[in-house]
Design a binder for this molecule. Structure first.
Ligand SMILES: [Zn+2]
Ligand SMILES: [Zn+2]
Length: 552
């Protein structure tokens, strides 16, 4: 509905639904960057201004909320993450390292699994954990079948790596998946072996994970809806009002559709089904507008692994290869060039937005080559393809992306979570210093977003903001000081550019009359807070379409 009609309705009727007053409002709108009060009606923003002018929209039915000097921002837009999977994580034994969980050593992981079995029991006869991170385990190695056999041999155990790109199984789970010394590595995947033998050591990489798909239990529908509620609550607690499901399986799309049909989506969710094979494009739902807060945004490709696990596909070798690999190991692609070309071509032909996971710069080349070919064929247009993670994207690649209209979404949270590991074990200082090169993108005036890739790390918006501004590692060192960005730039990436990346900038990303009333009220003003305290910001209230969905 046009703003004029909304305003006329509010003035003719009982006034605005709500007026928030006495606030420090950062609108992210260049025309009116700040304000004291905002009026909301029919789920939209009616007016922003000072307390006196906005008070003119009050009527007999208006709820007036005095924010007592608290800060208000537009609701945050998730740059990239997996909200359905974040829900599922709540159903697994949490094996993440601190501060997100107890998994700081293999002993602690074994203890967590044992305790869970004792107190919470099994899930469909399986013991399932998620979030172990070999880079932060005291032992600096993956969990193996032997470690898991020491927990239990009478039940199958499977634990997911924090990146989602590895998993480890005990002997019984390997047997149920039909994996033994006679099993060859699947295309795009690796079954790790005991040194010098073909006997699996329990760890599988990338497409090797799919070998467990048929034997592993699935949560039933109602349990999944409950878990999705928990993920939405945690997103709302971090001020996010639009979430991404950025690599949805068919099951996840079905779950989100079921949640939408049951009116259980508090957040707007944009889903990007993951495609591996061009033939799958024929079976996908075409992108469309929101229906009950759910929208299909396009499709997602995953082209390589993760740098912390040294499976990102690089153009130059890692500082040291993973055990058993030669010195010139550079990670590996997940899809052949021809497949990537055909997928991007198919998406361009349909006019659907394409997101591509590229952690290593070599996979970035693979993606940009495909985009270049599709652009030559279909012409340059406003398609907003996104390079997801773009952690090791090179300067020449940023130039090429700018020319081809490809947006980066940077995984800036890595600077904290794995920054020390990247510098000391993965990339060496030079490459580590420019992971997620936000300032390089800013220098080119490129639109970009930043993300947590939840559930890889918690969807904590303030840890993310703090990381983008400080780039401080766990050990307190600054990783790439010249790639730090200021608070307004980081907030822009979390609001307006997030909306832009999802083609929703006309409706979201700033507190502008006519846009959706997606708002977040904060304990402190990020713009005036000392930079080291940004991670301690607390969300007081999150408002979606004019309705409170979270209150502290
Ligand atoms: Zn990814
Ligand atoms: Zn992801």
């Amino acid at each position: 509905m046009p703003l004029g009609v909304l305003l006329a309705q509010a003035q003719a009727g009982a006034g605005a639904d709500r007026i928030y007053r006495n606030a420090r409002i950062t609108t992210m709108d260049r025309d009116t960057p700040a304000g004291q009060a905002v009026a909301v009606g029919s789920g939209r923003i009616l007016a922003v201004g000072n307390d006196d002018t906005v008070a003119g929209l009050a009527g007999s039915g208006t709820e007036i909320i005095d924010l007592d000097g608290l800060t208000m921002l537009p609701g945050l837009v998730d740059g990239h993450g997996h909200v359905a999977n974040a829900g599922l994580y709540h159903g697994f034994v949490n094996l993440q390292p601190s501060p997100a969980g107890p998994g700081n050593s293999i002993g602690a992981i074994q203890e967590s699994l044992r305790t869970h079995r004792e107190h919470d029991g099994l899930f469909d006869d399986w013991l399932l954990g998620a979030g172990y991170d070999e880079s932060l385990l005291a032992e600096h190695r993956h969990v193996t079948r032997d470690d898991l056999d020491a927990v239990a041999q009478d039940v199958p155990i499977f634990v997911w790596h924090v990146s989602g790109h590895f998993g480890a199984a005990n002997s019984l789970a390997l047997r149920l998946a039909g994996i033994d010394s006679a099993t060859d590595d699947p295309p795009g995947g690796i079954i790790r072996r005991r040194a010098g033998t073909r006997e699996p050591d329990g760890v599988v990489e990338e497409h090797g994970l799919y070998l467990f798909r048929d034997c592993m239990p699935n949560f039933d529908g109602d349990r999944l809806l409950d878990l999705l509620d928990r993920a939405q609550e945690s997103y709302a607690r971090w001020g996010i009002t639009t979430a991404q499901d950025g690599a949805s399986s068919a099951d996840e799309v079905a779950l989100l559709q079921r949640a939408a049909a049951a009116d259980r989506l508090d957040l707007d969710i944009v889903a990007y089904p993951m495609v591996l094979d061009p033939a799958e494009l024929y079976g996908l739902t075409a992108p469309e507008g929101y229906s009950n807060a759910l929208r299909i945004g396009g499709a997602k490709l995953v082209l390589d692994g993760s740098p912390q696990g040294k499976t990102a596909w690089m153009s130059e070798p890692y500082l040291s290869p993973p055990e058993g690999w030669p010195e010139d190991y550079v990670g590996y692609p997940l899809l052949e060039d021809e497949v990537v070309d055909a997928l991007v071509d198919g998406l361009y032909a349909r006019g659907w937005q394409v997101l591509a996971h590229c952690n290593g710069d070599r996979s970035g080349d693979q993606f940009l080559d495909a985009v270049e070919k599709a652009t030559a064929k279909y012409g340059l247009a406003d398609r907003r393809p996104v390079m997801i993670h773009a952690q090791t994207v090179r300067e020449d690649q940023l130039d090429r992306m700018q020319r081809l209209g490809v947006m980066p979404s940077f995984f800036v949270a890595h600077t904290f979570y794995w920054g020390d590991w990247h510098r000391d074990a993965v990339f060496g200082p030079d490459r580590a210093h420019r992971i997620s090169p936000t300032q390089s993108a800013l220098d080119r005036k490129m639109a970009f977003t930043i993300h947590n890739d939840s559930p890889v790390v918690p969807s904590d918006s303030w840890r993310l903001l703090w990381s983008a501004v400080n780039r401080e590692t766990r050990s307190g060192q600054v990783l790439g000081p010249d790639q730090r960005i200021d608070v307004p730039t980081a907030l822009h990436a979390m609001t307006l550019d997030g909306a832009f990346q999802h083609f929703e900038e006309a409706d979201k990303g700033s507190i502008t009359p006519g846009k959706r009333a997606d708002l977040v009220v904060l304990s402190d003003d990020p713009a005036s807070l000392p930079h080291d305290l940004l991670k301690d910001i607390v969300v007081v209230e999150t408002i979606k379409d004019g309705r409170t969905i979270y209150r502290h």
